[in-house]
Design a binder for this molecule. Sequence first.
Ligand SMILES: Cc1ncc(COP(=O)(O)O)c(C=O)c1O
Length: 459
Amino acid sequence: MAVDTRATGLHTSRLDELIAAQERIFLDRQPRSAELLRRARRTLAGGVTSSWQIARPQAVWLSHGAGSKVYDVDGTEYVDLHGGYGVMAVGHAHPAVVAAVSARVARGTHFAQPTEDAVAVSEELARRFGLPLWRFANSGTEATMDAVHLMRAITGRPRIIKVEGAYHGHHDSLQVSVYPPAEETGPASRPASVPASSGIPDEIVGLTTVVPFNDLEVLERVLDEQSGEVAGMIVEPIMMNAGIIPPVDGYLEGVRELTRGHQVLLAYDEVKTGVTVAAGGVTELSGVQPDVLCLAKAIGGGVSTAAIGGSAEVMEHITSGRYDQVGTFNGNPLAMAAARAALTEVLTPDAYVHFATLRELLAAGCQRVIERAGLAAHVVAVGAKGCVTFSPHPVRDYRDFLGIDDRLSHCHWLFQHNGGVFLPPWGKSEQWLLSVQHTEQDAQRFLANFGAFADAVSS
Ligand SMILES: Cc1ncc(COP(=O)(O)O)c(C=O)c1O
């Protein structure tokens, strides 16, 4: 039996028809992508290079990017608000990054020895985030893995606390309760620890305690119950893999106080929020200092890198060699050259003013469309990031997020794509990323597509 969707009052079969029609348009526009996918499936597992590149109805194959745009292999131009999953805050082929990387390529790209750029980048991160000491890695996964190892090494305790529905990368300890199905989540006051994929041993899953976001009561009870077992807590201080879920007033301060009170370390995962929501991430916005901070994505200006920062006491365990923070490509010269240019020449104070201007334009424009069309939705936006959440109510945690009908986000994604705007393909989970090279015209294209979508679903 067809049912009404929660968010629009739209008949389910009508929404499915709209999606089917948009998927046909999508496929008709991308014959060359289809050809490449057929070829790729013979030698690339699933025809992609990471499972999260799979999109419905088909992975999009890109040829190049320039400024605020990317181009698919069929020659179609898109305003890029996907940003390579939250990386390209500098935009594509920014002249400062091109110059820095080109100069570095000509002088050698890898030595596994430090270069001067690494010092400049660590100085800039120390200035932005207020933590004195840094090390580099190559991905967000490596950064949060180092944070977990470090917290265990310092305390000598095995247990880690993480938030239900938060994604911190694909290493074992945090591949727990990432997108657990509703029937496996257990009671809200005592969420179950659910492996996020096959291949994660129960013994490891059992060492990760899961708590709801924005709930200090449960956190306090867990810390009391597991007193003496917990090494640290890792939290994404604005959740960004469930749309965007901001912390409620006092939550981050409460987490800081409770963890400190229980002699438990606190790690912030600012892989996504890092230099995008503000120059110094949520650390700057909230004024709450973690013991360990993880960065990746946008700090590299489009080249793969990551960083962990910490207080002097925390990083002493690395300095002294008690924890070996290692990696052949850590601080790779190419990545450091790109990161230095991105952080010191592109993501300057003016960049954050530009993000705020375009964010306001997008947020106000979306809100107008939502009201005109009577959509049960709202906009959440901070810094260069934002999304439309198809729920009439603010989303407070993963369980609220689970209740949102993902087909509306998918339908919106298709309208944007077919209208020349590229958003991340994972429906309600993801959000847009602005770059310094986006313009008001780019924002207007997004708003026109959003208006067309809203008219279609509300007619
Ligand atoms: C909050 C957060 N932490 C960590 C990661 C892992 O980063 P990477 O994909 O670079 O390993 C991601 C990736 O999306 C992320 O969103």
